[in-house]
Ligand binder design. Structure first.
Ligand SMILES: Cc1ncc(COP(=O)(O)O)c(C=O)c1O
Length: 461
């Protein structure tokens, strides 16, 4: 219902913008809130932008950044690592050493592949997970996100097919969609991407029919599930058979809370394009990640990178080199892992305690996220505004699909808040769900929704 105290309302493209701050769209005969705050931007340059940019959607994760950063709001939306636990004195020491030892070179333009010292650190990190590389197999990027953008630039023409998990990482959808591909999503279960569906899709698109397969095998963002060793092998067999490169995005691999290490795809096949990052093992503020790939692909990617930024930040790379020397970073990472483990447990316990019986969720063995699936007739987007009003944020599931799917799901992040706040946040979302599901159930019982809409889809456990 559009509130009566509204002082001014504008109807634009079927959306009522009311002041102060909300927006409502007519859905199934009633006005539903579509956002907690409305910003109307009249853009006199509209019509000049490229067609490519019209495909790029903003994500609720970024839109919610301001709301989620308010101290009175419990943020279960963003995948923000808890950098408050990274000791400032360790970082200050690394900065001091960077200036003492690297001085001018840390302040200068550097090689576009990245500093060899940092690439050597990365070789060591990768070896610990079972991947054998040399410095020349790696380029340093501005986070894994730049790797995704560069790969899209290097590989994609409009209409090309990309195969990925459904749901998948919002930032990958943003990076890819600017190049206007057709994105095919493979459904997951608790063991990761379903290989029967992958095979079906590959058969449909044919040999070389897709430009690449994009996967987040460990503690997937947003689903929280992990691709089993057996499925990793099957995926590589299929990729070989159909001659399609695999992109492995692995920001969370070192954040495991239970179960044993599973070899990365890159350890099983040297042709895999691997994206790594310092964001979750050190800090995202440095904007440092890497790509390990066959050398011809690296050469093409370097050309794209030079056009994007000439070279990465020498200063940030030098600081990371010094931070990653010695053992402090390992102690910090062990502390972070323990902390996230506790928070994951707090979230799973709270979900069991507060969430309605007809809602299911995944059980992540690591990483940051739990994926929640509601009955098929629920749309979580309008629920977000209600949750924000109650002082908690989540991300609606439809953000994680190219279009038109995932409406009855949502993502919860347990990485940032303390256990007590996580429990309280889950309780508040449960209140929103209880109110809404009660109404939906009454409609469903009266036959107001088609039967097919009542079947839940997604990643259930
Ligand atoms: C799956 C996935 N890939 C890539 C990234 C981007 O990470 P970075 O900070 O290294 O750019 C993220 C960040 O959350 C992520 O979850």
């Amino acid at each position: 219902m559009v509130p009566r105290e509204t002082t001014l309302a504008l109807l634009i493209w079927g959306v009522v913008f009311v002041f102060p701050g909300n927006a409502y769209r007519r859905r199934r005969g009633r006005w539903v809130s579509v956002m907690g705050t409305a910003r109307v931007i009249f853009d006199k340059w509209d019509g000049r932008y490229s067609t490519a940019m019209s495909e790029v959607r903003s994500s609720a994760v970024r839109d919610l950044f301001a709301a989620a950063s308010r101290p009175d709001v419990i943020s279960l939306s963003g995948g923000m690592p808890d950098v408050r636990r990274v000791p400032h004195d360790a970082v200050q020491r690394a900065v001091r050493e960077a200036m003492q030892h690297d001085g001018a070179s840390a302040l200068q333009y550097g090689s576009s592949t990245g500093r060899v010292q940092l690439r050597s650190t990365i070789v060591g990190l990768m070896a610990e997970t079972g991947v054998r590389l040399s410095e020349d197999d790696i380029i340093v990027t501005a986070g894994a996100q730049q790797g995704l953008d560069l790969l899209a630039k290097v590989f994609l023409d409009p209409g090309d097919v990309v195969i990925c998990e459904g749901p998948t990482y919002v930032g990958a959808l943003q990076a890819f969609s600017a190049y206007r591909p057709r994105i095919e999503c493979i459904e997951m279960d608790e063991h990761g991407m379903r290989m029967d569906l992958m095979e079906e899709t590959l058969r449909r698109v044919g040999p070389r029919g897709a430009k690449f397969i994009y996967t987040i095998p460990n503690f997937q963002n947003p689903a929280g599930v992990t691709l089993t060793g057996e499925r990793r092998r099957r995926l590589l067999e299929l990729a070989h058979e159909y001659d399609i490169p695999v992109v492995e995005d692995d920001p969370y691999g070192r954040l495991r809370y239970e179960g044993g290490h599973i070899l990365p795809l890159k350890a099983l096949d040297a042709d895999v394009i691997y994206l790594g990052t310092f964001s979750k093992i050190f800090a995202p503020g440095l904007r440092l990640g890497w790509m390990a790939a066959p050398r011809p692909i690296l050469a093409k990617t370097l050309l794209a990178k030079q056009a994007a930024d000439l070279c990465g930040s020498s200063f940030a790379q030098s600081v990371a080199e010094h931070y990653m020397t010695g053992t402090t970073w390992r102690r910090v990472l062990a502390d972070l892992t323990r902390t996230y483990h506790e928070r994951r447990d707090a979230m799973l316990d709270a979900l069991t305690e507060y969430f309605p019986a007809d809602v299911t969720w995944t059980h992540p063995e690591g990483g940051f996220f739990v994926w929640v699936t509601l009955p098929g007739y629920v749309d979580t987007r309008p629920l977000l505004a209600e949750a924000v009003e109650r002082g908690v944020t989540f991300v609606p599931g439809s953000d994680f699909f190219p279009a038109g799917r995932g409406a009855n799901s949502l993502r919860l992040a347990f990485c940032y808040e303390e256990p007590a706040k996580i429990a309280e946040g889950v309780r508040r979302i449960a209140e929103v769900l209880d109110d809404t599901l009660g109404l939906y159930r009454a409609f469903a019982a009266a036959g107001a929704f088609p039967q097919s809409a009542c079947v839940g889809r997604g990643v259930d456990r």
